[in-house]
Design a protein around this ligand. Sequence first.
Ligand code: OXD
Ligand code: MN
Length: 596
Amino acid sequence: MDKHPTKFKPLTDWVNKMARICQPADIVWIDGSEAQKRQLEEESVASGELIPLNQQKLPGCFLHRTSHDDVARTEHLTYICTGKKRDAGPTNNWMSPRLAYKKATGFFKGAMKGRAMYVIPFSMGPVGSPFSKIGVELTDSRYVVLNMAIMTRVGEAVLRQLEINGEFTKCLHSKADLDINKRLILHFPEDNTIWSVGSGYGGNVLLGKKCLSLRIASFMAKKENWFAEHMLIMGIEEPNGHVEYIAAAFPSACGKTNLAMLVPPEGLKRKGYRIWTVGDDIAWMRIDSDGSLWAINPETGFFGVAPGTNSHTNPNMVETVKKNTIYTNVVLKPDGTVWWEGADGEVPSGGIDWMGRPWKPGMCDSHGKPVLGAHANSRFTTPIAQSPSASFRLEQHHGVPISAIVFGGRRQHLAPLAYEAFEWQHGVFLGATMASERTAAQFGVLGEVRRDPMAMLPFCGYHMGDYFRHWLDMGKRMVKPPKVFHVNWFRTDENGKFLWPGFRENLRILEWILDRCNNKVEAVTTPIGYVPRVSDIDMTGLNLSSAALDKLLAIDAKAWKEELKGIKRFFKLFKKNFPEELWREYEALLSRLKSH
Ligand code: OXD
Ligand code: MN
């Protein structure tokens, strides 16, 4: 039991202790080798955890099906376990560490009997980079091991770095019986520990992702003066060959991955633009010696949503997922390839749906509702480096310099297509007031506004009032803070039709953003911020009237005053931890609107 490939005692002691609780049949250290990966794939196929796909058409690709009630992050079972309840804040579930360890120990006890416990040393960020953090995940799931090997850097080199650093996040996972009644996703930021039990769904079990890179890392970032954010990072190569980088936060279902991998529209391609993807989900950002903000993506893979991915919405992703990809909960076609709603090509007949049942297009359930072939949250895990748009800076230890931070939301009427904050503090206000209207794809009242500051509501590992304070403080530390923008691709006309074509055309707005960063264009000063002049948006090749663009950029002061009421209710949630500066921004906006 204690034959370990390292003599680093804090690690071996912890592995032994967790093994005593979980009682695995064996302990297997993940070394990051191809040979070990192949062996795990073979074992997964033999056990039924993975279904091999057509290796001619999709080399290195597999399909996995989860339990039917284990298909998404379970936020109601996700806890921040700090010594004081107050430190988790009003927007997180809280449990005392004592109770959380006790409850979960009950679920972990003997949970790995008859299974191997895999020990995965992993690095979030390039091994040895000053940005990076190391974790070790113990799991009884081969699916987790194989996905972690796509999403993070794993194995031998990480273990050696861990021995130098001496610090690591202790991550324990067991699928146990995959019982939703015995499922818990627990974060102990004060112990640098994560425990996840009873789930096999990526967002709950690939502990390097949301759990470490956002919840635990946001707590560390506050203490160590950096940012761990739910943001894409993309490079925009300008016609002169210069690449500028932006980081952007959007609530889910706003096309973050598609934006990060965008292919320029014909009109702008001719000018010479090109997009370089650094990341689609998480940004770790630090102030470097030049006084500006630099960012890395701590991950090495995309954990993308399959439905809706096609050659129009994301041609680079269509290329990326053709090899070395693990698909979860999609349709298996008779030819051993895969399909999902909104994929390219014909709807297959004679496929197998995400639950493993025969599936045909047009099938309805007993209530007459169409039966989806792929689950609405079906996914693929695929290496970023395979994307035609992969940035050549993915392995850069110092990351990329960030010129602009962009916040977004899904608003039918309120927010204009784009606007710029007056300065950093106002930018923090834009992030703190981010919101989206519910779509039909989400549970709840259609059109209801959901606030999701900086897209971090489910991912901030501490009190969000303190998080806003951290954003304000970081602004003071920077000599050259990035400019802050807000975009909304989802404005509609009187008939509910989208006014803006979105997708690749969004580059036209990013071009304006960079022009603003480089002081190339003026803008219109409005109560909410600087709004583009119609003439500064390149409309070449786009069939959109300037009247429509006027509509997209219009500000309705009455609607904004209404919006402020909701903002006030939201801000009040954070009580005395809410920074006074953001109340001042609120008052200032109200008075600008009144005198507009
Ligand atoms: C994700 C999410 O899966 O934000 O990236 O939910
Ligand atoms: Mn995300």
